[in-house]
Ligand binder design. Structure first.
Ligand code: HEM
Length: 402
């Protein structure tokens, strides 16, 4: 790739993200920071400062037409603008207060052990399917009050709904429609039960009974907001766990340093988030004509904010392509920023902070299987490793569960 020939890529295609998009993003940051994909008439914003601009001016860069790349808006807060968004987010935030997240710590720690119990005796597993995907699924399932035997359904619903947004075909849309009606049929009785009992012991209960300035969430609001929490929290965190673990295995000196000194963990988790950035983009639609990064944009144009590209921006990060668990400062944008800044960021961090030391402790010689293939998900929205075969010395399950 030279700097003189214009790069032509399809930024809507899942294959772009399944390959190594960083090569293209590096070219774009240098040569065409607000990149135009002519085929789909969509723009890609690649520089850190430009993504900041787009994320902190919702009057110009709106979410109301949908935040999924060329997807359709849904009646959930991520597809809303102020003042509607502000009111909705206030209500849903009552389930994510710092106190509430702190209260979940023991439960999340127990879930980490439960997940590791499932693989410890086997000596080998698919780290993505058996470990990384399980943790957020169980955590969110428990928060939503979903019974253990129904978790597989939850995973299928969230997968089917995300795939339709990432690759809209007749088949994926049909699957998403079915998934949505199954989810709705499942969750409505749970909502009804929490409302009638006034039980605020779990997230659904808190949200079903929340009232702020006379505002409450209707059944429909709750169906969509819990769905957003499911798809927002389930598919993303898993990629940070798998991609972050892979980065540590690729950098054995840093893995050894981290195992030796748990005080390094918080900074290491931030670096895992920067490094992996599973949310490839969020869309914004222009409310007026502007120029950005040298490009002339028109009202109604759609822009994709490429968070992983911002997190490799040479103007902000020293040696951005070096994985460095001691990086400081590390102002990454993996969770976005502005009024839509990830509501689940503290929960995601908690899961990562609890799981990593347990992994080191219980599967100390975990390594990649020789010649393992590491396919990435072909999605233009959330992407990361689809599979990561690992092996380790089998260890016993814990005798007593915490
Ligand atoms: C490592 C894991 C995660 C990553 C990388 C991530 C990333 C993001 C990003 C980039 C945004 C959009 C920010 C913007 O448009 O400016 C977002 C929004 C959101 N995330 Fe996350 N997320 C993660 C985990 C979670 C979890 C665990 C939950 C909930 C349990 C969650 C719930 C949400 C919600 C509800 C929003 C919408 C907020 C709004 O529109 O105001 N996320 N997330």
């Amino acid at each position: 790739m030279t700097d003189t020939a214009r790069l032509v890529v399809d930024i809507m295609s899942g294959d772009f993200y399944a390959g190594n998009p960083h090569e293209a993003w590096t070219w774009m940051r240098r040569n065409e920071p607000v990149y135009h994909d002519e085929q789909h008439d969509v723009w890609g914003v690649t520089r850190y400062q430009d993504i900041r601009t787009c994320s902190t001016d919702p009057a110009t860069f709106a979410n109301g037409s949908g935040c999924w790349p060329k997807g359709f808006p849904m009646p959930m807060m991520v597809d809303m603008d102020p003042p509607l968004h502000t009111r909705r987010r206030k209500l849903v935030s009552s389930g994510f207060t710092p106190r509430r997240i702190a209260e979940l710590r023991d439960q999340v720690a127990g879930t980490c052990d439960e997940v590791l119990d499932g693989v410890a005796e086997r000596g080998a597993c698919d780290f993505v399917h058996d470990v990384a995907a399980q943790l957020p699924l169980i955590v969110i399932g428990d928060m939503l009050g979903v019974a253990a035997q129904d978790r597989d359904d939850l995973l299928r619903w969230s997968d089917d709904m995300l795939m339709s947004q990432g690759a809209m075909t007749e088949e994926t849309v049909e699957k998403a429609t079915i998934a949505f009606s199954e989810y709705e049929a499942y969750i409505l009785p749970v909502i009804e039960q929490r409302r009638s009992s006034g039980d605020t012991g779990d997230l659904i209960g808190i949200l079903a009974n929340a009232e702020i300035d006379g505002d409450r969430l209707s059944d429909d609001d709750l169906v969509f907001e819990t769905l957003l929490i499911l798809i927002g929290g389930d598919e993303t965190t898993r990629h940070v766990l798998s991609g972050g673990m892979l980065a540590l295995l690729d950098n054995p000196d840093q893995l050894a340093a981290l195992r030796a000194d748990p005080a390094l963990l918080p900074a290491a988790v931030e670096e895992m988030l920067r490094w992996v950035s599973p949310l490839q983009d969020m869309a914004r639609t222009l409310n007026r004509d502007i120029t950005l990064g040298g490009a002339t944009l028109r009202e109604g144009d759609q822009l994709l904010l490429f968070y992983p590209s911002a997190n490799r921006d040479e103007d902000v990060f020293t040696d951005p392509f070096t994985f460095d668990i001691t990086r400081n400062p590390n102002p990454h944008l993996a969770f976005g920023l502005g009024n839509h800044f990830c509501l689940g960021n503290q929960l995601a961090r908690l899961e990562l902070l609890e799981m990593m030391p347990k992994l080191f402790d219980r599967l100390p010689d975990l390594r990649l299987v020789d010649g393992a293939e590491l396919p990435r998900r072909a999605s233009n929205f959330v992407s990361g490793l689809e599979s990561m075969p690992v092996e380790f010395t089998p260890t016993a399950r814990r005798a007593v569960h915490a």
